[in-house]
Design a protein around this ligand. Structure first.
Ligand code: HEC
Ligand code: HEC
Length: 191
């Protein structure tokens, strides 16, 4: 740690003829990791893992939070301190890390109910949430179930600003009783 910062200082000094440059993305990411876990792998059920999510998905969220197009309880405040270019660089940085599923246990009956409810989701998310059909779709296998459930509730609530219409329509078509089981099903998938 100390040696690294000494080296960084040395690099700065030796480049002092150059104009000031932006902080390296890795340093910016350390702030994110304080909540989202080392390498973006979260250790808490309310906090999503972000390492390895698709680049376009990450960019969409970070920029939509900044413009206020998308609701957040917390993240809107965090993104305000960064330029668009820094947010894009953070999206690229996190997208290059491996996705590490945190596989959670759930009751077999609940998982079976969730699997049934997820039939309609398969075309976009893949059978277990691990095969998003495009770069704007997140993986969900081994994402924290409690977080996935919260997200589904946001998509289902008109008053909450969530700009993706198709995902919103799909979430709204779910039976209320299937929301938590679907989240538990994805959270329990290793791949
Ligand atoms: C103080 C804790 C905290 C910090 C620091 C933080 N986040 Fe978050 N992040 C959250 C919370 C809480 C959520 C859930 C959404 C909300 O409530 O805003 C979230 C959600 C996210 C999501 C959504 C993931 C998904 O699958 O939907 C992304 C992406 C994200 N944060 C990226 C970042 C990045 C990049 C940084 C660093 C610039 C960062 N976060 C810093 C707390 C934090
Ligand atoms: C037409 C394609 C499509 C279908 C069908 C679909 N989704 Fe999605 N889903 C998406 C996209 C795209 C996103 C990201 C949207 C955004 O940026 O808000 C998403 C996001 C999500 C998220 C948020 C994950 C996170 O990390 O925040 C959850 C949870 C989710 N989908 C669950 C489901 C479930 C459950 C179903 C079936 C009932 C479903 N989806 C059907 C495309 C789809």
């Amino acid at each position: 740690m100390h040696r690294k910062s000494a080296l960084a200082l040395f690099a700065c000094l030796s480049l002092s003829a150059l104009p000031l440059f932006a902080a390296p993305t890795e340093d910016l990411a350390r702030t994110c990791n304080a909540c989202h876990g080392i390498n973006g792998v979260s250790v808490g059920p309310n906090m999503p893992s972000i390492g390895g999510l698709p680049e376009a998905y990450l960019k969409n969220l970070l920029l939509q939070w900044k413009t206020g197009e998308r609701y957040a309880a917390t993240m809107d405040r965090h993104v305000k301190g960064y330029s668009d270019a820094e947010l894009e660089a953070l999206a690229t940085y996190f997208s290059k890390l491996p996705w590490v599923p945190v596989v959670q246990k759930a009751d077999a009956k609940v998982i079976a109910q969730g699997r049934n409810a997820s039939d309609r989701c398969e075309t976009c998310h893949g059978a277990t949430g691990s095969e998003p059909d495009d770069e704007e779709t997140p993986m969900m296998h081994g994402q924290w179930a409690q977080y996935l459930e919260l997200e589904l509730l946001k998509y289902r609530t008109d008053a909450v600003k969530m700009p993706h219409k198709k995902m919103r329509n799909n979430a709204k078509k779910m039976d209320a009783a299937d929301v938590a089981p679907a989240a538990a099903f994805y959270g329990a998938q290793a791949k």
